[in-house]
Design a protein around this ligand. Structure first.
Ligand code: ZN
Length: 246
């Protein structure tokens, strides 16, 4: 294939845009912001589960406290009733002894219940503290998630902006490259996955970084300026300039 050297050199501008677009696509696939969002989502889920767990614990302990308070109250009422009977003087000696025994046992029972209640109140207090901490953690995790989601959105939008600009620039260059040369370039680009042409700089293909020597170098030296050269190694169109070292 033959093409004017100026047209061949435009392929370097095209290649520069393709490199930029490839790098942007790579950046978009590997955004640290995406990993940050995933980590923040995980943290939020962990705290949300912790909030539910601690809320359940607080509710259960609260119910136990209520039940215990009601037990204490029942015992107290029974004590009051027995005490009133004793104080009334309307009971005989045997009944009095029985009542005294019952009162003693009720007092012990009340003491036990109050001990249990104290222990339970302590556990409830600890559970409430854990719940508050989990709630605080969840709020912070939510704020973190929102922040990293925003950062991810900004990064994605920034890449999209740059891609739009490079795509427009690429279209401008492609518009002035003769169609046969452009389609050859695009075919090679599909094969390499990046660019279809590279600068021959100091006898080295800048696409694959392999230096030309022997027959290949001689062929490049002897080729007419409008001859479209290809790198034997990577297949890219080799664009010659004053820097080519031929
Ligand atoms: Zn090459």
């Amino acid at each position: 294939m033959k093409a004017d050297p100026t047209e061949q050199q435009r392929l370097l501008d095209l290649a520069a845009e393709d490199v930029a677009l490839t790098q942007l696509a790579h950046r978009r696939r590997n955004l640290p912001e995406v990993a940050a969002v995933e980590a923040a989502e995980e943290a939020e889920q962990t705290y949300a589960a912790e909030v539910i767990r601690t809320e359940t614990a607080v509710r259960d302990l609260g119910r136990e406290v209520t039940r215990l308070e009601s037990d204490v109250e029942t015992v107290r009422q029974r004590e009051d009733k027995d005490q009133r009977l004793l104080d009334s003087g309307s009971v005989n000696a045997k009944q009095m002894t029985d009542l005294q025994h019952e009162l003693d046992s009720l007092k012990r029972r009340q003491g036990d219940l109050e001990d249990q209640e104290l222990e339970l109140m302590q556990r409830l207090e600890d559970a409430e503290k854990a719940q508050a901490e989990a709630q605080q953690g969840l709020e912070k995790a939510k704020a973190d998630l929102e922040r990293v989601q925003q950062a991810r959105g900004d990064a994605v939008a920034d890449i999209a902006d740059q891609m739009t600009r490079h795509e427009a620039a690429r279209a401008d260059v492609a518009g002035v490259v003769p169609p046969p040369l452009l389609s050859l370039y695009d075919r090679i680009r599909t094969q390499t996955g990046t660019t279809g042409a590279a600068l021959l700089k100091a006898r080295r293909c800048e696409g694959c970084r392999i230096e030309l020597f022997g027959k290949e170098l001689a062929a490049a030296r002897n080729a007419a300026p409008d001859e479209v050269l290809r790198c034997d190694n990577c297949g890219r169109i080799l664009v010659r300039t004053a820097e080519s070292g031929l």
